[in-house]
Design a protein around this ligand. Structure first.
Ligand code: FE2
Length: 422
C-alpha cells in the first residue's frame, strides 16, 4: 500500500494560508516497521512539514526508539543524557521525566498514577503546569472556568554539552478526554486560543523567521546564541512570562558557581537560525529560557547600514536586554492564528522536527485524569548548521539592502565556524 499524505486538521483558530505547509497525516504505512524506502519518504516529509501524525498505531518502546534513531543513526543517548547526576536532580525537568527501564531512551510522561506499565510497577506522573513555572498564574476560579496557559515554549534539548535532537517522537498511550480549555496570553494583548484538553502546541520556526521585518532578519542571521551551563538548573529558581515564551529578569537565576560542575568548552553556542537539511529553509530556533548571551556579528564593510540594528555587532550579556530582543523576535510567531494545537487521541504517534519547530505543553489536568505518553528524542550526533552562502537573501523580492547584508552576514557565519561549537 502506498503512503498516503493528508493535511493535518487545522483548527478554525489558525490561518489556513500560514499553516498550509505545516504538518501532515501519514497513512498506509506502519511507522514501527518502515522499509528503507518508506523511511526515506517519511524522513523527507518530516523535514518538509515539521510534524507528522500517524493514527491508530501500535508501537513498542523498542520500535519507537528504533524509529527515532533512524533519523540520526549515530545518536545514542536520550536528549538530556541517560544518567542523571545528583546535581542535575535540581533541574526543573527532573520531576517530569520517568524512564522506561527496558529502553532508557524512551520516557514516560503524563499525568496521574500509572500501574504496571512497561516494567514500571507504579509511576506517579505530573503534567507540568504553568502554576509552578510562571511568575503569575490563572486564578483558581478562572481555571475552573477552563482558562489556562502555555507552559513553556521550547526545543527539546539539554543545551549543555549535548547537541539538540533532530526529531522527537510522541506516542499517546492513554489520553483522557475532556472539555476544551482556553489559553490566555495575559500579556496585555488580549490574545486567547481555544485548545483541546492537554494539547501539545506547535509553531513553525520557519514562519518565526519568515515574518520578521528585514532589520530583525539581519540580526537573526548574524547572531549566535550562548546558553547558560546546565540551563535547566540555572533557571530553576526563576519565573516565566505569562506566554511561557521566556523568563522574567528578576535576578533569580542560580549563580554559575552554585551549579553542578561545568566546563566552558561544553557550553552550547548555536546559530540563532538553523538550516533545514532537506528544504534549505531557515528556521528561528531558540529556547528562550536557557539563553545567557547573544553574540551578534557586525555588518560587513561596504554594507548599507541604514535601518540596520547592531551594525557594528554586539555582545549582549545583560539578561534583560537579551530576553527583550528575543521576545520581540519570537512573540509574533506564537500569535493564536499561527499555532497548531494537536488534538490527541489514543494511539496517535506524532513525530516533530525538533530543529524546525517550537512546542509547548498546554493546560491542566485534574489528579484523576490519567495520561500516559511515550516520548523519545536522542542527543544528536552533530550541532545544527546555520545559514550558508547560498541561502536566501539574494531573493529579488527582498529589499535590496536586506539581501545585501543577509548575503554578507551569511559569509561571516560560515567563517565563524572555527571558534564556536557550531
Ligand atoms: Fe518538549
Amino acid at each position: 500500500m502506498a503512503i498516503e499524505v493528508l493535511p493535518l486538521p487545522i483548527p478554525p483558530t489558525a490561518d489556513p494560508e500560514k499553516l498550509k505547509d505545516f504538518g501532515r497525516e501519514v497513512k498506509g504505512v506502519n511507522p514501527g516497521a518502515l522499509s528503507p524506502e518508506e523511511f526515506k519518504e517519511v524522513h523527507d516529509l518530516l523535514y518538509k512539514h515539521g510534524a507528522l501524525l500517524f493514527r491508530n498505531v501500535d508501537l513498542t518502546p523498542e520500535q519507537q526508539y528504533a524509529l527515532t534513531k533512524a533519523f540520526d543513526p549515530a545518536s545514542e543517548s536520550y536528549g538530556h543524557g541517560n544518567k542523571k547526576t545528583e546535581g542535575e536532580k535540581k533541574s526543573i525537568l527532573h520531576p517530569d521525566l520517568k524512564t522506561i527501564p527496558r529502553v532508557p531512551q524512551v520516557q514516560l510522561i503524563g499525568n496521574g498514577t500509572v500501574y504496571n506499565h512497561e516494567g514500571l510497577a507504579e509511576a506517579m506522573l505530573k503534567h507540568p503546569s504553568h502554576t509552578t513555572f510562571h511568575k503569575t498564574r490563572v486564578s483558581a476560579e478562572d481555571e475552573e472556568k477552563g482558562y489556562t496557559r502555555y507552559y513553556r515554549w521550547h526545543i527539546d534539548a539539554a543545551l549543555y554539552d549535548l547537541s539538540p535532537p533532530k526529531v522527537t517522537t510522541l506516542y499517546g498511550v492513554t489520553v483522557p478526554q475532556g472539555p476544551h480549555q482556553t489559553v490566555r496570553y495575559d500579556d496585555g494583548t488580549g490574545d486567547e486560543l481555544e485548545v483541546p484538553l492537554g494539547t501539545t502546541a506547535f509553531v513553525s520556526g520557519k514562519t518565526m523567521f519568515d515574518i520578521l521585518p528585514p532589520e530583525l532578519k539581519s540580526v537573526a542571521v548574524r547572531t549566535k546564541v550562548k546558553y547558560a551551563p546546565h540551563p535547566y538548573v540555572w533557571m530553576a529558581p526563576a519565573r516565566a512570562l505569562p506566554t511561557g515564551l521566556g523568563i522574567l529578569s528578576e535576578g533569580l537565576e542560580m549563580s554559575y558557581d552554585e551549579l553542578p560542575p561545568w566546563e566552558e568548552s561544553r557550553i552550547k553556542v548555536l546559530p540563532m537560525v538553523w538550516k533545514n537539511p532537506v528544504t534549505g529553509d531557515l528556521h528561528f530556533q531558540v529556547h528562550p529560557c536557557g539563553v545567557s548571551e547573544l553574540l551578534i556579528d557586525p555588518l560587513p564593510e561596504g554594507t548599507k547600514r541604514e535601518g540596520a540594528l547592531y551594525p557594528d555587532g554586539a555582545r549582549l550579556a545583560d539578561l534583560k536586554e537579551v530576553r527583550e530582543l528575543l521576545y520581540k523576535m519570537q512573540r509574533p510567531a506564537i500569535a493564536p492564528n499561527l499555532v497548531y494545537p494537536h488534538d490527541w487521541h489514543e494511539k496517535d504517534l506524532v513525530l516533530f522536527h525538533n530543529r524546525g519547530v517550537l512546542h509547548t505543553v498546554v493546560g491542566a489536568f485534574k489528579k484523576d485524569q490519567v495520561r500516559a505518553f511515550h516520548q523519545c528524542n536522542l542527543a544528536a550526533s552533530d550541532d545544527p548548521a546555520g545559514p550558508s552562502a547560498e541561502d536566501p537573501g539574494d531573493d529579488a523580492s527582498e529589499e535590496p539592502f536586506m539581501s545585501q547584508y543577509l548575503h554578507y552576514s551569511v559569509h561571516n557565519i560560515v567563517g565563524f565556524e572555527c571558534h564556536g561549537q557550531l
